[in-house]
Design a protein around this ligand. Structure first.
Ligand code: ACM
Ligand code: ZN
Length: 755
C-alpha cells in the first residue's frame, strides 16, 4: 500500500451518515506530534452510547479502560468493553508484536463503521489512543460533561512510531516547589504529546524535596528556606506522594527518573547534615540563585554511607531502570582546601579534583548498580573519566553529547539554546522575568538532537531529547506553564517525528487543535505578546508606533484607555500618533483567547530643560542606610543616612539602601530611552523607571524622555536586597541609555555624571 503523508492543514470536509441526516465534520486533521505516516480518506466514525470497545488481553484492557474513563466525563456515558466483535460501531484494541518493529509504534485505522488500533505493546496502543483523541473534538479533554457534541473522527490510516526512545520533560521542584496536582497536570499533557519520561529534579542548594525516613532533617530543615524578604518558603513530597506520582505517570506510559544531585548542588542536605561537608558548616539553605561552593566532602567515608542510605530509600520508589545523580556545576574550592579530600586524592592516586569528582561519581554508580539502576548525569560527569554504562545528559551545548557518544556512552540531548524552557521566548520587556537566553517556539522547533558533527555510526547513542524546566524564575505553577507551553510541544514533535516530516508552519497551525485542549486542562500557556516599543514612549511633534509578535498573531488594541477585547480594532500596521495616547494592545488566538494586555504610554513632551547648576565633582553623590528594605516605601523608616564615597560595590550579606543624586550630562537634545534594574530612577524630578518590589533583573520598565542638551537632575533609589532570589548586589547601580530608535543601550559612565 502506498503511504502518503498529508499535512494536517488540509481541511477535510466529510459527511457521515447518521440515520437519515448527514453530518458535516469540518475540523482539519491536526495531530501533534505529527504522525510519521497518515492517509486520510472520506467519511468519519462517530462514538455514541452504542459504541463498544474490543479488548481481550490484560494489556489491551488496561488501555481500553483508560479510554473508557477518559471519554466518560465529556461524553456522559461509559463505553462497554467486551471480547466479542460486533458487525459495526466498535473500537478494537489489538496487541500484535508484528504491528511495528518499534515497541512504541502503532497503527490506527479509522473507518466509518469501526476503529482499530494495533500495536506491539500497551504503550503503542496508548499512543494510538492519543492520536485518536486528537481526531475527536477538543471538548474530549473537558473535565465536565459537554452535551450536544458529535463525537466524530475523520477516517484515517496512520502508521506511526517515534524517532527517539527517550522523550522527556524535566522539572526542578527545588528552586520552586510544585504541588502534586501541578505535576499531574503536566503528566496529563505529556501523555497527550506522547512524551514518555519525567525527569524529577528533587534536590538542590535551594531545597531538598523528597522525604527520606533515615534522615528526617533533610526535609525538616532542608526543605525550608528563609527568603530575602524574611518569609519562609518550602515544601516536599512524602514517599506516599512520590508513589502516587509514579503510579499516575505509569498509567500514562510515563517513566519517572529521580534526580538526587551530587557532589554539588547539595547545600540543602548539608544544612541539615553539615557533618558531610568539608568545613562542617553551619549553613543556611541557599536563598539566592547560582551555585553554592559548599559541596559533599569526598574525603569522608561517612558521606558515602549517607548517600548510600538515601539511594537505598529512593531507588525502590522508582521502577525506572535509570537514576540521575546530577553531577553538574560542582565547585572544587572546598576540596582544594580540605585535608580529608586531599588525603583521598593521594591515597587513590587522583591527579586533580576533577578526578576526585570522577571517583565520587563512580562510587555512587556502584551503589546504583546494586539496585539495578543505570546512572545518568549532566555532561560534567565526563570530566575525569566515566564508566561506559553511564548515560550523559548534554546541557552545556552539544559538545558534551558529541564527546560522550564518541566515547560510546548513550546520550540525552538537552542543550540550553533550544531545550532550556526557562529561557525567554519573547522580548524581556514584555515577558515575566526569566533567567536569560532567548528561544522562540520556532528556534526550539528547529532543534535536531543528532548533531551534524556526529559521525553517523554514533547516532545510535542519541537516545532522545528533553525540555528542561529550571524554576528559579518560575515563582508559581502558572509561570511554569507559561514558559513550558507551547515549547514542550515543539520538543515532543522533535522527539517523535522524523525530520523530513517536520514543518514549522504546519506545526503552528496544528497548535490550534491543542490550544482548546490546553484550556480544558487549565494550562496557562504562552501567547506571544505585542512587542516593539517600551512601555513609555516620548515624542515632540508626531510619532509612529509599530508592534510585532514572535508568531503570526492577530493583535487588537484601544486608544481610549479601556481594555481591548477580541473584537477591538485590529492592528494592521504602525499607529500614527499626534497627541499623548495610551495604547492598550493584546494578541488574540483564533479561539478568541487573548494574551495579557500591554499598556504603552505615548507621551507628547517638550524638551525637558537643562539645569544651570555648576557641579564640581565627577560621579554621583551617595548616601546609605543599613538595614533590610524590601520596598521603596520602607525607606520611610530610615532615621539617618550616611554620606559615602560612591564605590558601586555592595555586599549582599549587608543589606542596605542608597540614594544617589547628581546630574547627567546630555550632549545633544533628543529623545532618550533609559534602562536600569535599580529600584527607581528619577530624571528632572519625575519618576522615569520604577522597578519597586519587582525582581530586579531585565527590567520591564524602560522609558523615554525628551531632553534638552545640558545637565539633568538624576536621583536613584537602590535597595541592596534580595527579591525573588536575585540579589541586587549582583547588579550594582547601572543605568543604560540610548537615543530613541537606536538599537543598543550603552551603560552610562561615571564621567557622564557629576554633583
Ligand atoms: C544545569 O543546567 N546546571 C544542568
Ligand atoms: Zn572534604
Amino acid at each position: 500500500m502506498k503511504i502518503k503523508s498529508l499535512f494536517s492543514t488540509a481541511l477535510l470536509t466529510v459527511g457521515i451518515a447518521l440515520g437519515s441526516c448527514s453530518k458535516q465534520v469540518d475540523r482539519p486533521i491536526q495531530i501533534t506530534p505529527m504522525p510519521n505516516s497518515l492517509v486520510a480518506s472520506k467519511g468519519a466514525f462517530e462514538i455514541n452510547q452504542s459504541t463498544v470497545i474490543i479488548a481481550k488481553t490484560a494489556d489491551e484492557l488496561k488501555v481500553a479502560n483508560y479510554l473508557v474513563s477518559k471519554l466518560a466525563t465529556p461524553m456522559g456515558f461509559e463505553l462497554t468493553v467486551q471480547t466479542e466483535t460486533p458487525t459495526a460501531n466498535f473500537i478494537c484494541f489489538t496487541i500484535d508484536k508484528n504491528a511495528s518493529d518499534n515497541s512504541e509504534g502503532y497503527k490506527l485505522n479509522v473507518a466509518s463503521d469501526k476503529v482499530s488500533i494495533v500495536a506491539p505493546t500497551a504503550k503503542g496502543l496508548f499512543y494510538g489512543v492519543q492520536s485518536a483523541l486528537q481526531l475527536l473534538p477538543p471538548a474530549v479533554e473537558s473535565a465536565t460533561l459537554v452535551p450536544g457534541t458529535s463525537w466524530t473522527m475523520h477516517n484515517v490510516f496512520i502508521q506511526d512510531a517515534p524517532r527517539f526512545a527517550y522523550r522527556g520533560m524535566h522539572i526542578d521542584v527545588c528552586r520552586h516547589f510544585m504541588p502534586v496536582e501541578t505535576l499531574k497536570r503536566q503528566l496529563d499533557m505529556m501523555a497527550m504529546l506522547k512524551l514518555n519520561t519525567f525527569h524529577w529534579h528533587l534536590t538542590e542548594d535551594q531545597g531538598w524535596r523528597i522525604e527520606i525516613k533515615a534522615f528526617p532533617k533533610l526535609t525538616e530543615i532542608g526543605s525550608q528556606r528563609v527568603e530575602g524578604d524574611g518569609t519562609t518558603y518550602g515544601g516536599f513530597y512524602t514517599q506516599q506522594e512520590v508513589k502516587e506520582i509514579v503510579k499516575y505517570a505509569a498509567d500514562r506510559m510515563i517513566e519517572v527518573i529521580p534526580e538526587i544531585e551530587l557532589p554539588g548542588h547539595a547545600l540543602a542536605a548539608l544544612t541539615a547534615y553539615p557533618e558531610y561537608s568539608c568545613t562542617g558548616g553551619p549553613f543556611k539553605v541557599r536563598n539566592i540563585w547560582g551555585v553554592e561552593p559548599d559541596v559533599y566532602c569526598a574525603g569522608k567515608e561517612a558521606t558515602f554511607d549517607f548517600i548510600n542510605k538515601i539511594i537505598d530509600e529512593v531507588a525502590p520508589l522508582f521502577p525506572s531502570k535509570y537514576f540521575h545523580i546530577g553531577g553538574d556545576e560542582c565547585p572544587k574550592v572546598r576540596w582544594e582546601k580540605c585535608p580529608l579530600c586531599q588525603r583521598r586524592m593521594r591515597n587513590e592516586g587522583l591527579k586533580n579534583e576533577h578526578e576526585l569528582q570522577s571517583y565520587f561519581v563512580q562510587r555512587v554508580q556502584k551503589m546504583l548498580t546494586k539496585h539495578g539502576k543505570n546512572m545518568i548525569g549532566w555532561d560534567e560527569i565526563l570530566e575525569g573519566g566515566l564508566a561506559p554504562s553511564a548515560i550523559v545528559m548534554s546541557w552545556r551545548g552539544e559538545k558534551g553529547g558529541i564527546e560522550a557518544a564518541n566515547q560510546g556512552h548513550d546520550v540525552i540531548m538537552t542543550p540550553g539554546a533550544w531545550c532550556y524552557l526557562d529561557h525567554y521566548q519573547g522580548d524581556s520587556q514584555v515577558e515575566p522575568v526569566a533567567i536569560g537566553g532567548y528561544a522562540t517556539l520556532e528556534k526550539t522547533y528547529s532543534y535536531n538532537p543528532v548533531p551534524q558533527e556526529l559521525d553517523a555510526s554514533k547516532a545510535k547513542h542519541i537516545l532522545g531529547t528533553q525540555g528542561n524546566v529550571w524554576t528559579e524564575y518560575m515563582y508559581t505553577p502558572a509561570i511554569l506553564e507559561y514558559r513550558v507551553y507551547p515549547r514542550i510541544i515543539a520538543l515532543a514533535e522533535i522527539g517523535w517525528t522524523e525530520t523530513e516530516k517536520k514543518n514549522y508552519t504546519d506545526f503552528e497551525t496544528r497548535l490550534n487543535n491543542l490550544y482548546p485542549r490546553m484550556d480544558a486542562h487549565e494550562i496557562n500557556y504562552h501567547i506571544p505578546m505585542p512587542e516593539g516599543p517600551c512601555e513609555h514612549l516620548a515624542f515632540i511633534d508626531t510619532t509612529s508606533v509599530a508592534f510585532s509578535t514572535t508568531m503570526p498573531m492577530n493583535m487588537v488594541f484601544t486608544t481610549d484607555g479601556t481594555a481591548p477585547t477580541a473584537t477591538s480594532r485590529t492592528y494592521t500596521g504602525p499607529l500614527h500618533i499626534t497627541e499623548t495616547t495610551t495604547i492598550k494592545i493584546a494578541s488574540v488566538l483564533p479561539t478568541g483567547k487573548m494574551s495579557p494586555i500591554r499598556t504603552v504610554l505615548v507621551e507628547k513632551q517638550p524638551f525637558s530643560p537643562a539645569s544651570k547648576v555648576k557641579t564640581t565633582q565627577e560621579g554621583l553623590n551617595e548616601k546609605i542606610a543599613l538595614g533590610h528594605f524590601n520596598k521603596v516605601a520602607d525607606l520611610d523608616q530610615v532615621q539617618t543616612w550616611k554620606e559615602v564615597k560612591t564605590t558601586n560595590s555592595y555586599d549582599l550579606n549587608k543589606p542596605s539602601a542608597s540614594i544617589l543624586t547628581g546630574y547627567i550630562d546630555i550632549p545633544e537634545a533628543g529623545i532618550y530611552e533609559f534602562n536600569t534594574d535599580v529600584d527607581q530612577l528619577f530624571l528632572d524630578g519625575t519618576l522615569l523607571v520604577n522597578n519597586d518590589g519587582e525582581v530586579k533583573r531585565f527590567s520591564r520598565h524602560r522609558a523615554q524622555k525628551a531632553l534638552a542638551a545640558g545637565k539633568h537632575k538624576v536621583k536613584i533609589l537602590f535597595l541592596n536586597n534580595i527579591v525573588g532570589g536575585w540579589p541586587a548586589a549582583w547588579n550594582g547601580v547601572k543605568i543604560s541609555m540610548k537615543r530613541a530608535g537606536d538599537k543598543d543601550f550603552t551603560t552610562i559612565k561615571a564621567t557622564q555624571f557629576s554633583h
